[in-house]
Design a protein around this ligand. Structure first.
Ligand code: FES
Length: 139
């Protein structure tokens, strides 16, 4: 596994994301409430660059005839067809069979690092429990 430096953690403010080209892999890092989530820059619907989407809120269950927004900045919206993804599970809200591909990201001394397997890809498919969330070390 190769570890690649991406940026300072402060370069990815809350509710924002950044895209990094690492060899032949496009890596997205999303700041979800101070937690950094690494993703492959790919939407499981039709392959959109998910890093061009937005971190938003979404409609949540509410009383009849009310429209209530919630899950503030916990949802990533694809730029092409606006599918929404839960940034905790990485699953599509409308159809959980569709899941974003995670890439492990590590925070060390204020910097973010992507952890890629030998072939230059993220390894999350083999380890769904990690879900691409940041590992904090050195504290
Ligand atoms: S490509 Fe992402 S929702 Fe269609």
């Amino acid at each position: 596994m190769a570890e690649v430096a991406l940026c300072l953690a402060d370069d990815v403010p809350p509710a924002e994301m950044r895209v990094f080209d690492v060899g032949n892999v496009s890596v997205v890092v999303v700041n979800v409430g101070g937690q950094f989530v690494g993703l492959r820059n790919w939407c499981p619907h039709h392959g959109a660059p998910i890093g061009r989407g937005r971190v938003e809120r979404t409609l949540v269950p509410s009383a009849p005839h009310d429209l209530e927004l919630g899950r503030d900045f916990q949802v990533l919206v694809c730029p092409w067809h606006r599918w929404e993804f839960n940034m905790t599970t990485l699953q599509c809200l409308a159809d959980p069979r569709f899941t974003l591909r995670s890439i492990p990201v590590r925070l060390y001394e204020g910097r973010l690092y992507a952890q890629l397997v030998e072939d230059g890809t993220g390894r999350s498919d083999d380890d769904p429990g990690r879900r691409g969330h940041v590992e904090q070390t050195g504290h």
